[in-house]
Design a protein. Sequence first.
Length: 278
Amino acid sequence: MFTQIRIHLGTFIFVMMFLTVSPLSNHHALVKVYDPVMLICNSTCSGDVSWMFSVRTEILVSECKRSTCVEGNGFENRTRFVHGGPSLQLNPVMYNDKGWYVCYCDKAEICKFHLDVVFATLKSVCVGENVTLPCYANTDKRIPDKNINVQWEKDDQPFVTLQRGKMSYGPGFEGHGFITASQYKNGDLSLTIPKVQQSDGGIYRCRHRHEEPGQPEAVDLRISESSECGAVKQSTFSMVGSSAGGCCHCCYFLCCWSFLLIFYTYIELSENTTALYR
Ligand SMILES: *[C@@H]1O[C@H](CO)[C@@H](O)[C@H](O)[C@H]1NC(C)=O
Ligand SMILES: *[C@@H]1O[C@H](CO)[C@@H](O)[C@H](O)[C@H]1NC(C)=O
Ligand SMILES: *[C@@H]1O[C@H](CO)[C@@H](O)[C@H](O)[C@H]1NC(C)=O
Ligand SMILES: *[C@@H]1O[C@H](CO)[C@@H](O)[C@H](O)[C@H]1NC(C)=O
């Protein structure tokens, strides 16, 4: 009886979580500077639509009144309403576009969208390699371990947190990557991910003391497939065998070859010597 109530309560909380979280998560985007972004608004509007950029005051992004559209100052030639709906494409995104966007339908607020823009340092690695994503900050050299607090996020989701000397991982990232606590005192908050997979690609950000960003503010990790990864390695390996045993085969091949060379020289030398004595 109680178990049943608990299960129902659990389901209820679970459903509520999704109901409250999913619309919010759709109203936020993290983009790289100069990339395009879609300010999504799923409501319908048959009247005049306007998007405002909300900083200290609201400034116009774009508005359409009876099919005549006007772009705001600083947003010229960068906006486009998609499918006639209130959703708006911003292309390209500028660094100072970060903030809140509000969509109005005949002056009634229908949508809100939060945009975060980063300048990300590019890091390209091959599948299977170990990678260290750099992050530096002016940390306290004498901080006790228990007060260290470092967070890394991947595509705005918690990735790994170092707190009270313990590392904890965001859902789906268990045991993936680590921060070296002893380096924190040197201002090094870098994240190491061993044996990267294709799914590790994304935008990573580090923070410490809860909200303070490190340098660089973001890293764009790109994972290359084998074609771009050491084309030389691949072609050498393919001559002698599969890439898994490729290295051993390669060593074996080289070893045999040098042995033959030495042997041949020896034969030739001894032949010359014999010829000399004859
Ligand atoms: C809005 O519509 C898009 C495409 O139809 C959908 O992927 C998205 O989940 C919707 N967002 C919300 C908040 O309903
Ligand atoms: C926008 O495009 C028009 C027409 O191509 C051009 O005359 C204008 O200078 C552009 N404005 C900005 C701010 O780039
Ligand atoms: C990657 O890191 C692991 C330890 O995490 C180490 O054993 C391995 O040799 C490293 N591989 C390369 C290619 O550096
Ligand atoms: C052996 O002798 C030939 C000519 O007699 C010479 O061309 C060759 O270099 C010699 N080989 C060695 C290993 O000394």
